[in-house]
Design a protein around this ligand. Structure first.
Ligand code: SF4
Length: 477
């Protein structure tokens, strides 16, 4: 077993393709430092989930760093629950790896410096002492901790920088973003949103509230103009290239050794070995045209491999577009039409590409990019977790999904899981006679040619909530 791993835990999205991008970028930057045996990302709304990512780690300790702007519901409740923090196994021994949970990135004092650096870069040649700096958050109603984090950074910026004025602005409460020119006297105002990723709020809503959304000049490096004054709007601070340093600082404060020289493994080594043996055996004994796994097709001779979409089985290699293994994970986030794929198993994997001449490690890394955590689940074949058990542990806006009837669950699994390349192993409640348990595959994971799914994914839970909301709205009409 290796020494230490890093897990960067973030929200992700089923709708916004960009939500996870800063997390993925920062993890790549940290991998280049080479101080962790594994650098993993995990998401509430994407794969791998907080629950499943631990299975991909082979280390004595894993530092879990929440990439959130503040404490609050996710950092205080959801992540500890989903990671099972503080839970011992049946022998009473602490689970392995030892999970060391840090405070969120957004409240680290170094984030103050990131905000200041982002504003200075955005202001171009306007002297700091002539400009105002606004830090933007949601407001206390949505998350009191996030407003507190904004005010903490404002206080620190006032103490540590030379900006003429520093202040907080909020979308949902006073001082409002729309009152930016009343709030500050300076002619040049830098505006930095304290958000982890860019999305609707930072791309549309805040520029609209600032009154610069329709200003064709408001894009970098030119400011938006309003009433003869200039608003230098930066995108979400969480996308800044300095954020990986703050993530590392959080891990170091919790005890991580940043001076190690470690080799990253994309798949847990014992699972990688077992899976590769199965692939080699299958290729030697089975169909010479390749081994399918989900929507993927692997061919090879045991030394080098080729990966493509199974739909392109009969295509000439020259007719397919050669993809770069380093960017393959980003490529498969969208389908053939450029639409963001809302969950990794959706049967919308793009076609027309090939990854030729892959060594064993690159092959497994590419498969893990398409189906995060699935190779480890295949190797371990853990007990499936029934829908009712997953529903019962939901809180917040998902607390009501336990109310989904078995008939509605049956329809849901048919529609959603029926459009998924993963093989559903979980049942409604463990009762094989249940309506919703029809069609579940109870064979061992290693028997199948589909990546196993051992518990309902976040997309299915979100879809269950939408069904209940629609029913509820219908009853009220
Ligand atoms: Fe696929 Fe259904 Fe599993 Fe989600 S719950 S990963 S849709 S099989």
């Amino acid at each position: 077993m290796t020494e230490q791993a890093l897990i960067v835990a973030a929200h992700g999205s089923h709708r916004n393709a960009d939500s996870a991008i800063p997390t993925l970028d920062h993890a790549d930057a940290i991998r280049e430092r080479g101080c962790f045996d594994q650098v993993r990302t995990a998401f509430w709304k994407e794969a791998p989930s907080f629950r499943s990512v631990v299975r991909t780690v082979d280390a004595e300790r894993a530092y879990v760093v929440p990439l959130f702007v503040s404490e609050g519901y996710f950092v205080d409740q959801v992540l500890p629950r989903e990671f099972g923090l503080g839970v011992a196994d049946v022998t009473g021994e602490p689970t392995e790896p030892e999970l060391i949970y840090t405070d969120p990135v957004g409240t680290h004092p170094e984030m103050t410096d990131v905000i200041a650096a982002r504003a200075r870069r955005r202001l171009d040649d306007v002297p700091e002492s002539d400009a105002a700096l606004a830090v933007v958050g949601h407001g206390t109603e949505r998350n009191p901790n996030s407003a507190e984090a904004v005010y903490d950074h404002v206080d620190a910026l006032e103490a540590r920088t030379d900006f003429a004025e520093v202040g907080a602005l909020f979308m949902d409460e006073s001082p409002y973003v729309s009152a930016v020119l009343d709030r500050f006297a300076a002619d040049d105002v830098a505006v930095v949103p304290l958000f982890v990723a860019d999305g609707f709020h930072t791309r549309d809503e805040i520029p609209e509230l600032l009154g610069i959304a329709d200003d064709p000049r408001s894009g970098y490096p030119v400011p938006g103009e309003r009433d003869g004054r200039r608003i230098w709007y930066a995108s979400a601070v969480g996308t800044d290239s300095l954020v990986p340093e703050v993530i590392l600082e959080r891990a170091a404060e919790a005890g991580a050794d940043l001076d190690r020289d470690a080799g990253e493994t994309a798949v847990r080594p014992d699972a990688a070995e077992a899976f590769r043996s199965w692939i080699d055996r299958s290729l030697a004994e089975g169909d010479t045209r390749g081994q399918e796994w989900g929507d993927l097709l692997v061919t090879g001779d045991g030394d080098t491999y080729e990966l493509r979409h199974r739909a392109d089985r009969d295509a000439d290699r020259g007719a397919l577009t050669e993809r770069d293994p380093d960017t393959f994970g980003r490529f498969v986030r969208s389908d053939d039409d450029g639409r963001f794929r809302p969950f990794g198993g959706e049967r919308s994997l793009p076609t027309g590409w090939v990854l030729p001449d892959l060594g064993p490690e690159n092959l497994l890394a590419a498969i893990a990019a398409v189906y995060p955590g699935a190779i480890e689940t295949w190797a371990d074949d853990p007990d499936p977790v029934p829908f009712r058990e997953v529903a019962a542990r939901q809180t917040g806006i998902y607390a009501g999904v336990s109310d989904l009837s078995d008939g509605a669950l049956d329809d849901l699994t048919t529609a959603v899981c029926g459009n998924c390349a993963r093989r559903r192993k979980w049942t409604e409640n463990g009762d094989p006679d249940s309506v919703a348990d029809r069609g579940v595959d109870e064979s061992p994971a290693s028997d199948g040619t589909e990546p196993p799914c051992r518990e309902p994914c976040s997309f299915l839970i979100a879809a269950a909530r939408e069904i209940l909301e629609t029913d509820h709205a219908g009853e009220q009409r």
